[in-house]
Design a protein around this ligand. Structure first.
Ligand code: IMP
Length: 410
């Protein structure tokens, strides 16, 4: 066995600081071409990022958005819960556009398989909670139930691909029927597994060994965080959270990468804030202002199409996320969405469940496509500097539009 010295800091991570949908994909798109490996660590098809392939927009759920960079190896880590038909669909879609990613796709043999029955349980549990007025508003993609199985040590992992698991599934049929009223279709689940095996068998591997081999040969790894810090199972707004660890620690754990390999952790936050699903949101604004933010920011769930709840930036959230993740810098996204606002409130704290706001004068002029900080209106510069001062972390990237090039890099 080779004894390993500490790897160099060859790993960069992009982590959401709010409730997801911060627009991490655009930064990843910008960074990915300089990396040899792009990796996802946790979560499953609850994530959604819009990717433009062959001039058409597609929403990817399991593949990292950096997968379009043809040289990069793609790693799906052990912390993930994998709905295989969704993965095959994404691979097929890319094939139709002339890109075969299978030769560079590596899937951890430790990752858990998310079956259709997990999705059905998710729906049943959500209905039950809703009847009690305690709905979480999950994406109904089976994430919670798949992690329930993992924690209960009854999960089925990718290493089982190719095996006949009908007997194992059948043993659960009675329980699923009694507990959730679900009729398990073991034949269908097995067929999906067989279909996946045909395409993916060569992709399933020990990704820990692979990542370490790459690190020790000086290859650069980009981790794409899924969901975001305030949805973290431990540190988020529990119980209105997802079921995985969405922080940098969770990403390292999910991939089996040691902390001393970590270089930069880039925190991504919108210049305002959104949330899908239930739970606290102190700076939420409803009515015409909320609607304006939603329309200008295109704030509709990419997986569920649900209108996102919209509100103002809440600095205590950014400070807390920075504490947990040790961000080296910020990417503030979608600054241009605020272009039409006369007044821009920023949450500074809360008292008795109400946010304490500080108001900034809006710039009321277009910032779309601005690529130099000095070309931003003075009021917009002041807002960015304020974020830096309050969080103690530099803002290195500022999003100023949907296009790839519409970004200030400082
Ligand atoms: P689950 O992850 O489907 O169990 O959903 C739990 C909570 O996390 C719900 O409020 C979802 O709306 C939210 N959520 C899960 N994934 C994402 C995401 O990628 N972006 C935004 N919210 C998410």
């Amino acid at each position: 066995m080779q004894r390993m010295k500490s790897p160099a800091s060859v790993v960069t991570a992009v982590i959401g600081a709010q409730w997801g949908d911060e627009g991490k994909g655009k930064l990843i798109d910008l960074l990915a071409e300089n990396f040899d490996v792009v990796a996802r660590a946790c979560g499953g098809a609850n994530a959604g990022h819009t990717i433009v392939v062959g001039g058409k927009k597609h929403v990817f759920r399991l593949l990292p958005s950096g997968c379009l960079h043809t040289n990069a190896e793609i790693v799906l880590g052990a912390g993930m819960v994998m709905h295989l038909p969704t993965l095959l669909e994404e691979i097929g879609l890319l094939r139709n556009e002339g890109m075969d990613i299978v030769p560079r796709l590596r899937i951890s043999h430790e990752a858990h398989i998310l079956f259709d029955f997990h999705k059905e349980i998710d729906g049943v549990l959500e209905e039950r909670r809703s009847k009690l007025g305690k709905g979480i508003g999950t994406t109904r993609r089976g994430i919670g139930p798949a992690y329930m199985d993992k924690a209960a040590r009854t999960g089925i992992r990718m290493e089982k691909l190719g095996e006949d698991i009908r007997g194992e599934l059948q043993k659960r049929a009675d329980d699923l029927h009694v507990s959730y009223g679900i009729a398990l279709d073991a034949e269908r689940e097995q067929k999906q597994l067989n279909d996946a095996e045909t395409m993916l068998k060569s992709c399933v591997t020990d990704t820990i060994q692979l990542l370490h081999d790459r690190m020790y040969s000086g290859k650069r790894i980009l981790i794409e965080g899924a969901q975001a810090t305030l949805l973290d199972i431990d540190h988020g707004t529990y119980p209105y959270v997802t079921s995985s660890s969405t922080t940098i620690a969770g990403a390292l754990q999910g991939l089996g990468i040691p902390p001393n390999a970590l270089g930069e952790v880039i925190g991504v936050a919108k210049a305002y804030c959104t949330r899908v699903g239930a739970g606290e949101f102190f700076t939420e604004v409803e009515g015409s202002i909320g609607e304006r933010l939603r329309e200008r920011g295109g704030e509709y769930g990419s997986v569920t199409k649900r209108p996102r709840r919209c509100g103002w930036l809440h600095l205590p959230d950014l400070i807390r996320s920075a504490m947990i993740n040790g961000f080296s810098c910020w990417n503030i996204t979608k600054l241009d969405v605020l272009d039409t606002e006369a007044v821009i409130p920023v949450g500074m704290g809360e008292k008795n469940g109400k946010a304490i706001m500080q108001e900034f004068v809006g710039w009321k002029t277009s910032t779309v496509g601005v690529t130099a900080f000095d070309d931003l209106p003075k009021q917009a510069q002041q807002l960015v500097v304020f974020i830096e001062q309050e969080t103690g972390i530099p803002v290195r990237y500022i999003g100023t539009g949907q296009g790839r090039e519409e970004m200030i890099v400082r």
